[in-house]
Design a binder for this molecule. Structure first.
Ligand SMILES: Nc1nc2c(c(=O)[nH]1)N[C@H]1C(S)=C(S)[C@@H](COP(=O)(O)OP(=O)(O)OC[C@H]3O[C@@H](n4cnc5c(=O)[nH]c(N)nc54)[C@H](O)[C@@H]3O)O[C@H]1N2
Ligand SMILES: Nc1nc2c(c(=O)[nH]1)N[C@H]1C(S)=C(S)[C@@H](COP(=O)(O)OP(=O)(O)OC[C@H]3O[C@@H](n4cnc5c(=O)[nH]c(N)nc54)[C@H](O)[C@@H]3O)O[C@H]1N2
Ligand code: SF4
Ligand SMILES: [Mo]
Length: 751
C-alpha cells in the first residue's frame, strides 16, 4: 500500500491543510490509534468512541435499518461491541427489537466488506489503491469532466441511511464546495410524496405524531402500509393500545396487518384516491365534520365539499372492488371515533397520484379535527433510519435545513451560518432523481457519485438503468460492501464504515433525533463517510471551507444554528450528551423550550394549537382529479404487479441482511411471485413451480407462491430480489417525482 506523499497533499490548492495532515495518516497507518481519530483529532464524541472504550461497558444507540429508530443496548468487551439487547428504557421500542436489529452487529463481519479503495484499470479489472490515489483520482476525474462539460455534468445520488451530519457534509461539499448543481437520493424513491403533500397542506414537511399515538387512538387507519413487516416495533406499539381500537387497513393484499385489522378494505390497486374521497363524501353527508376546527384552522373546505360530491360510496365502490357498505362503515368509524389516527406508507407514496392521495388522507384528519390531540394525526410513516434526516439536511431538493435555494434571504442566512461565500450556493434546487437519470441518457450528466444507495437494484425499470450507467464517463460508488450491484459498475470504489462504526444522529419517524455510536472499528482501510468527505474536501481544494467541520458534533452545532426559529428548530438541544441522556429528542426543541423546561417531555406531537406553518397558519384542503393507471392490465398482460417488503428479515437490496446466517434462514433465498389460487388454477400453475413473469420491459424466472392473500388479476414480488425492477414501469407522481413502483401490467406463465 502506498502512503500519502507530501506533494500530493499540497498540489491541489497549495494551501496548508488544517484538517488532513500527513503525519496523522502516517501515524494511523502505523497502528496504535484508530485511523478515524488520527484523521480527526477533534473527534471525541461521547466518550463511547472506539478508542475510549477501555473496559467492558454498555451504551445505547439507535438502530440503522428502519425509521422506527429502536434503541439498542450494545455490550462492549475490550472496546468492541460483542452483542446487543433492545433497550428497555428507550421511549421508542420499550425493550423490543425485530430480527434485523438483533442481528445488526453480525452483518458488519461479512466477507464482502469493502476493505480498501479500488480503481478500475483499463483492462476492466478493479485494483487496490491507496486513499491518496483514490482521492486524487476522484478529484482529477470529476474536475476534468467539469472542465469539459460544465460543473453540473457531475451529479450525486445519496441516501436516507447515513447520519444527518454526514448528509449535511455531503450536501454542502458537493453543492457549495464542488459546484455540483444536481444531487438527489433514495429518499425520492420513498418519502418525496409525503414531503410534497405535507409542504402543500401544512406549509412544512412536518409529520405531526409521536408513537404514543399508536397506543392512544380509538381508530387507526393504515393506507398502503404493512407495519407488521415494515415497522414491526411500531406494530407492537399498536398492540399495546388498551382501547380495543378499530383498525382499518386499505391494501389490495391481505397482508399480516390486514389480517389483524377489524376492517380490511381490499381495494383494487390505485383506487385509494377515489375511496378516500368517498369516505370524505360520507363523513360530510353524515355531518361528522368538526366544523369549529375547519373554520378556525383550514382553507378550502367548500371546494372540498364540492369536489367530493361526485364521489358517493355507491358510485365509487364497484370499480374500486369494494362494497359501498364497507366504505360507509369505514367513514362512520373514523368520523365517530374520539381519536382517529391515519397512517400511510409506500402503498400511497409510490403512486403516480401519491401526493393527492396523501392529501386526501390529510383532509380526512383535518375535517374530523383529528390532529394535534393524543391518538390522532395524518401520519406518514418514514422508511429508512434517516430518511427524515435527508429531508432536512441533504441539501438536495431543499437548501440546508429545509430552506429554499430560490430565496435570496435563505441563501444569505445559510451562507452566514456556514461562513461561506453566498455565491457558492446554487440559486435553484437540484434535478429530481429521474431527471438525473434522464440526464445520463442524453449526455448532460457524465460523472456520478453514489453514496449509500444501490440504484442498480432499487431504481425503477432496471434494464434501462443498467444500460444508462454504462454511458457514464466516471462512476464513484461509496459503500460498505464491494459486491453490490452498483459497485460492480464502479470506476472508483470508496470503502465506507457502517452503522456501529461511526457517530452521528438519525431522525426517526416521530421526529426524534437519536444517536449513532461507534462501537466497532471499521474493517481494513474503510473510513466513516464523514472522513471520506473530509478527505475529498481537502483534495478538491476546498479544505478551508470545511476547516471546522472536524467531527460530527461540530456539524450538529451548525445544524442547530440553521434550524433556529424554524419549525424544525433544535437549537435547545444540549448536544449529543443530552440526546444520549434523554433517549433521543423530537424536533422541535427550541432555546425558549429549553429555558422553560430542562428535560424535553418524551412524547410530543405538533399542531396542538391548530397553528400550521403557512403564513396564515391555516392548513390547506387540497383536491384533484383522478388519474387513470398508465399501464392497466389488458388481454396481453392481464395481471397488475405489486411490489414491496417481503419479510421482516430482509432489508431492501439485501447487501446487509443477506450477510446474517440467522436472517437468511427466515426468508426464501430465491425470488418468488405471490399469486392468487384463482389465476394459478387457470394458468395450470402449482405452488413451487418455476414461472416466467413478463412485462413490456423484461422477463424473469421466479418461484410461484400461490396464496389466497392475493386477489385474482394481481401479483406481488418483493423488492429484495434484483429481478423485480426489471419488470417495473418508469412512471412518477407529477408533484413529487416519486417512482410509482407498485403498478404495472405483467403476464405469468409456467416456465
Ligand atoms: N423488513 C423490512 N422493513 C422495512 C424495509 C425493508 O426493506 N424490510 N424498508 C423500510 C422502508 S425504506 C420503507 S419505505 C418502508 C415501507 O413500508 P411499507 O410501505 O409498509 O411496505 P411496502 O411493502 O413497500 O408497501 C406497503 C403495502 O402497500 C400495498 N400496496 C400496493 N399498491 C397499493 C395501492 O394501490 N393501494 C394501497 N392502499 N396499498 C397498496 C402493498 O400491498 C403493501 O402491502 O419499510 C421500511 N421497513
Ligand atoms: N420495485 C420496488 N423497488 C423499490 C421499492 C419498492 O417498494 N418496490 N422501494 C423503494 C424504497 S422505499 C427504497 S427506500 C429504496 C431502497 O433502495 P437502496 O437505497 O438502493 O437500498 P439499500 O439496500 O438500502 O442500499 C443502501 C446501500 O448503502 C450501503 N450502506 C449501508 N450503510 C452505509 C453507510 O453507512 N455508508 C455507506 N457509504 N454505505 C452504506 C448498503 O451496503 C447498500 O448498498 O428502494 C426502492 N425500490
Ligand atoms: S423495527 Fe426497525 S428500528 Fe426497530 S429493530 Fe427492527 S429494523 Fe431496527
Ligand atoms: Mo423506503
Amino acid at each position: 500500500m502506498s502512503l500519502a506523499s507530501p506533494q500530493s497533499l499540497t498540489h491541489h490548492d497549495g494551501k496548508k491543510r488544517r484538517m488532513f495532515e500527513l503525519p496523522q495518516i502516517l501515524q494511523a497507518r502505523n497502528g496504535k490509534m484508530t485511523r478515524e481519530l488520527m484523521l480527526n483529532p477533534g473527534a471525541h464524541g461521547l466518550g463511547m468512541t472506539h478508542d475510549s472504550m477501555q473496559a467492558d461497558a454498555t451504551t445505547v444507540a439507535t438502530c440503522g435499518y428502519c425509521a422506527t429508530g429502536c434503541g439498542l443496548r450494545l455490550h462492549v468487551r475490550e472496546g468492541e461491541a460483542v452483542g446487543l439487547t433492545p433497550e428497555t428504557n428507550y421511549p421508542v421500542n420499550l425493550g423490543m427489537a425485530c430480527p434485523k436489529g438483533w442481528e445488526a452487529l453480525e452483518v458488519l463481519n461479512a466477507d464482502d466488506r469493502a476493505l480498501y479503495p479500488q480503481r478500475r484499470r483499463s483492462d476492466g479489472q478493479m485494483e487496490r489503491v491507496s486513499w491518496d490515489d483514490a482521492f486524487s483520482t476522484f478529484t482529477e476525474k470529476f474536475k476534468s469532466i467539469q472542465d469539459k462539460h460544465g460543473k453540473s455534468s457531475v451529479a450525486f445520488l445519496s441516501t436516507g441511511q447515513i447520519p444527518c451530519e454526514e448528509m449535511a457534509f455531503l450536501g454542502a461539499l458537493a453543492k457549495f464546495g464542488m459546484g455540483l448543481q444536481h444531487g438527489d437520493g433514495n429518499t425520492r424513491q420513498c418519502m418525496a410524496t409525503a414531503v410534497t403533500a405535507y409542504k402543500e397542506s401544512f406549509g412544512f414537511d412536518a409529520p405531526p405524531y409521536t408513537y404514543d399515538d399508536f397506543e392512544q387512538s380509538d381508530c387507526l387507519v393504515f393506507v398502503g402500509s404493512n407495519p407488521c413487516i415494515g415497522h414491526p416495533i411500531m406494530w407492537e406499539r399498536v398492540l399495546r393500545n388498551p382501547n380495543r381500537p378499530e383498525i382499518i387497513v386499505l391494501d389490495p393484499r391481505r397482508t399480516e396487518t390486514a389480517m389483524a385489522a377489524t376492517q380490511h378494505l381490499q381495494l383494487r390497486p390505485k383506487n385509494d384516491l377515489a375511496i378516500l374521497y368517498a369516505i370524505t363524501h360520507h363523513i360530510i353527508a353524515c355531518d361528522l365534520v368538526d366544523h369549529e376546527f375547519v373554520q378556525a384552522h383550514t382553507n378550502g373546505y367548500q371546494q372540498l365539499v364540492d369536489h367530493v360530491a361526485d364521489f358517493s360510496p355507491d358510485s365509487v365502490a364497484e370499480s374500486a372492488g369494494l362494497s359501498a357498505g364497507a366504505i360507509r362503515k369505514a367513514a362512520e368509524t373514523i368520523g365517530k371515533a374520539g381519536a382517529a389516527s391515519l397512517w400511510w406508507t409506500m402503498g400511497v407514496n409510490q403512486s403516480y397520484e401519491g401526493t393527492r392521495t396523501a392529501q386526501a388522507i390529510i383532509n380526512i384528519a383535518l375535517i374530523t379535527g383529528n390532529i394535534g390531540r393524543p391518538g390522532t394525526g395524518a401520519n406518514s410513516i418514514t422508511g429508512q433510519c434517516n430518511a427524515m434526516g435527508s429531508r432536512l439536511w441533504s441539501n438536495t431538493t431543499n437548501l440546508f435545513g429545509h430552506h429554499k435555494f430560490e430565496s435570496a434571504e435563505d441563501r444569505q442566512r445559510i451562507a452566514s451560518i456556514l461562513e461561506i461565500d453566498v455565491d457558492s450556493i446554487p440559486v435553484e434546487g437540484s434535478w429530481s432523481y429521474d431527471r438525473i437519470v434522464e440526464g445520463i441518457d442524453n449526455g448532460e450528466i457524465k460523472g456520478l457519485w453514489v453514496i449509500a444507495t444501490n440504484p442498480a437494484h432499487s431504481w425503477i425499470d432496471q434494464g434501462n438503468f443498467q444500460r444508462l450507467i454504462e454511458k457514464l464517463d466516471f462512476l464513484v460508488v461509496q459503500d460498505m460492501y464491494d459486491s453490490t450491484e452498483t459497485a460492480q459498475h464502479a470506476d472508483l470504489l470508496l470503502p465506507a464504515a457502517g452503522w456501529g462504526e461511526k457517530e452521528g444522529t438519525f431522525i426517526n419517524s416521530e421526529r426524534r433525533y437519536g444517536l449513532l455510536k461507534k462501537v466497532r472499528k471499521a474493517p481494513g482501510e474503510a473510513l466513516a463517510d464523514f472522513q471520506i468527505f473530509r478527505g475529498i474536501a481537502a483534495y478538491w481544494g476546498v479544505g478551508e471551507m470545511f476547516a471546522d467541520w472536524t467531527h460530527p458534533e461540530a456539524v450538529f452545532k451548525k445544524m442547530q444554528a440553521a434550524s433556529e426559529g424554524r419549525p424544525n428548530d433544535i437549537s435547545g438541544i444540549d448536544g449529543y450528551r443530552q440526546l444520549d441522556a434523554c433517549g433521543g429528542i423530537q424536533w422541535p426543541w427550541t432555546k425558549p423550550d429549553a429555558d422553560a423546561m430542562q428535560t424535553p417531555p418524551q412524547q410530543r406531537r405538533l399542531f396542538a394549537d391548530g397553528h400550521f406553518c403557512h403564513p396564515d397558519q391555516r392548513a390547506r384542503l387540497i383536491v384533484d382529479q383522478i388519474t387513470p393507471m398508465p399501464e392497466p392490465a389488458d388481454q396481453q398482460y392481464p395481471i397488475v404487479l405489486l411490489s414491496g417488503r417481503g419479510t421482516v428479515s430482509q432489508w431492501h437490496t439485501q447487501t446487509r441482511t443477506s450477510k446474517s446466517k440467522v436472517l437468511r434462514k427466515l426468508y426464501p433465498q430465491r425470488a418468488y411471485v405471490e399469486m392468487s389460487p384463482v389465476d394459478a388454477r387457470e394458468l395450470g400453475i402449482h405452488n413451487g413451480d418455476t414461472v416466467e413473469v413478463r412485462s413490456r420491459r423484461g422477463a424473469i424466472s421466479v418461484t410461484a407462491m400461490v396464496t389466497p392473500t392475493i386477489q385474482p388479476g394481481q401479483a406481488f414480488i418483493p423488492m429484495h430480489y434484483g429481478v423485480t425492477n426489471h419488470l417495473t414501469l418508469s412512471h412518477f407522481d407529477p408533484h413529487s417525482r416519486q417512482p410509482s413502483y407498485k403498478d404495472c401490467a405483467i403476464t405469468i406463465s409456467k416456465a
